[in-house]
Design a protein around this ligand. Structure first.
Ligand code: IMP
Length: 185
């Protein structure tokens, strides 16, 4: 079947990371998480926690490569308006469906940019006393870093470009692209 025929000439982005490269990296990260959590799975539940909305596609693909009995949950966070600039203001727009106390929590993010969002989120989740807390981010833009963030599982390091696709948006659009593109306009 392949990918739908995106009209690359008219679209305001160009491909940065292909769908194949993303699929390959999801398999690698999932295998690594499976190895790292196999022992821990015996003592407590594992919750794979997606940060809405950007992590949804990554979460769906990654979780299918984690060969353990995991729970999926989501948390809604808003840190951006409908533009490309970080406001630095972070708000929980939708909370977890179940408590995470005494559970092994793997947070799944789309991108660590300035780091403010993840910093706030990890501090917030830590107060809920999980058995362990780790971070898996598809992308990292180290040039933009303003907060030190420990990324336990990282998909790709990218240059300082605004990216869209595979869950990431510009003004809420283009999350459905099967690849990651950088904005060209
Ligand atoms: P941070 O707080 O600056 O690290 O921003 C994190 C959030 O901003 C991410 O979860 C994204 O939703 C959004 N974001 C940051 N950079 C980009 C980008 O290049 N494209 C789309 N969204 C982005």
């Amino acid at each position: 079947m392949g990918s739908p025929p995106w009209n690359r000439d008219q679209d305001p982005f160009a491909e940065l990371i292909s769908a194949d490269a993303i699929a390959q990296r999801c398999a690698e990260l999932g295998a690594q998480i499976t190895r790292d959590y196999a022992e821990r799975a015996k003592s407590a539940d594992i919750v794979v926690l997606g940060v809405l909305k950007g992590s949804v596609l990554f979460m769906a693909d990654l979780s299918r490569h984690i060969a353990l009995p995991i729970y999926l949950d989501f948390i809604g966070i808003s840190s951006y308006g409908d533009d490309t600039k970080s406001s630095g203001v972070v708000q929980i727009t939708q909370d977890l469906s179940r408590p995470i106390a005494d559970k092994h929590v793997i947070v799944v993010e789309d991108i660590v940019d300035t780091g403010h969002t993840v910093h706030y989120l990890m501090e917030n989740l830590a107060t809920r006393k999980p058995a362990s807390l780790s971070l898996c981010s598809l992308l990292h833009k180290p040039e933009r870093s303003e907060r030190e963030v420990k990324i336990d599982y990282l998909g790709f390091t990218i240059p300082n470009k605004f990216v869209v696709g595979y869950g990431l948006d510009i003004a809420q659009q283009w999350r459905n692209l099967p690849f990651i593109g950088f904005v060209t306009t």
